[in-house]
Design a binder for this molecule. Structure first.
Ligand SMILES: *[C@@H]1O[C@H](CO)[C@@H](O)[C@H](O)[C@H]1NC(C)=O
Ligand SMILES: *[C@@H]1O[C@H](CO)[C@@H](O)[C@H](O)[C@H]1NC(C)=O
Ligand SMILES: *[C@@H]1O[C@H](CO)[C@@H](O)[C@H](O)[C@H]1NC(C)=O
Ligand SMILES: *[C@@H]1O[C@H](CO)[C@@H](O)[C@H](O)[C@H]1NC(C)=O
Ligand SMILES: *[C@@H]1O[C@H](CO)[C@@H](O)[C@H](O)[C@H]1NC(C)=O
Ligand SMILES: *[C@@H]1O[C@H](CO)[C@@H](O)[C@H](O)[C@H]1NC(C)=O
Length: 172
């Protein structure tokens, strides 16, 4: 009986030390393949974003670019988020990240550019014609050509209706 109790105290102490440590799955990063890299740290295991940051090293032609990405709370999602601006992305380049709380290293995670691309959202514009047709156009927000053509999932339907039409479109 007594030893069970001691065991529980012991487990609780271990939990205080470890249960709030984020894991690799909690750290997610995306790049827009232009100039921005954004990371988020899901905060279920964190009580506080402040004090958490990412040290990022990025080898560029025999040199290392270093960045510090400081997490702040996102008031919409409750996640900790940070972003950095880079010169540009090359598909095969890597980003080594070190997650720190103060000066404590919590984890390391490596990202390869091609594996964590999330294109920017396109900006839609809709023009309605008298005959009931619509002209829908969008700006993909990329000045340069994307490395491979963007595939666009277009879903349309009547507002409040139950049937939507989905269409896959290949950007030129
Ligand atoms: C987060 O930590 C900072 C500094 O450690 C402190 O000033 C702030 O009050 C904390 N915020 C919350 C919500 O606990
Ligand atoms: C993280 O980056 C800061 C600023 O460049 C540096 O002072 C610190 O030593 C780095 N920490 C680790 C663990 O690499
Ligand atoms: C990037 O991070 C800064 C704070 O470091 C924040 O003010 C800004 O809103 C962030 N930008 C985006 C697009 O998330
Ligand atoms: C980046 O991480 C990889 C894999 O962990 C490692 O082999 C490599 O040496 C690291 N590079 C830098 C610059 O830290
Ligand atoms: C639809 O809009 C685009 C861009 O504004 C325009 O170039 C195109 O001619 C329009 N198509 C029709 C059928 O009006
Ligand atoms: C886009 O549509 C295709 C085919 O309908 C589907 O397989 C794919 O998962 C969709 N992608 C996204 C991001 O919704």
């Amino acid at each position: 009986m007594f030893s069970t109790f001691k065991c529980q105290i012991f487990l609780t102490l271990i939990c205080i030390a470890l249960c709030y440590e984020p894991t690799k799955e909690d750290l997610k990063c995306f790049n827009d393949f232009e100039t921005e890299m954004k990371c988020s740290l899901s905060s279920e295991r964190l009580q506080n974003c402040s004090g958490h940051k990412l040290n990022i090293t990025h080898p560029v032609s025999n040199m290392f670019e270093k960045y510090t990405c400081i997490f702040e709370r996102n008031h919409h999602s409750d996640n900790c988020e940070c972003n950095i601006t880079v010169e540009g992305f090359v598909l095969t380049e890597i980003f080594n990240t070190t997650l720190l709380e103060g000066s404590n290293v919590l984890l390391y995670k490596t990202f390869v550019t091609s594996d964590f691309i999330k294109p920017k959202s396109p900006v839609l514009s809709v023009q309605k014609f008298e005959n009931g047709n619509f002209n829908v156009t969008w700006d993909d927000q990329y000045e340069k050509h994307f490395f491979e053509s963007l595939r666009i999932n277009l879903t349309y339907g009547i507002k409040g209706g139950h049937k939507n039409v989905r269409k896959m479109i290949y950007d030129i």
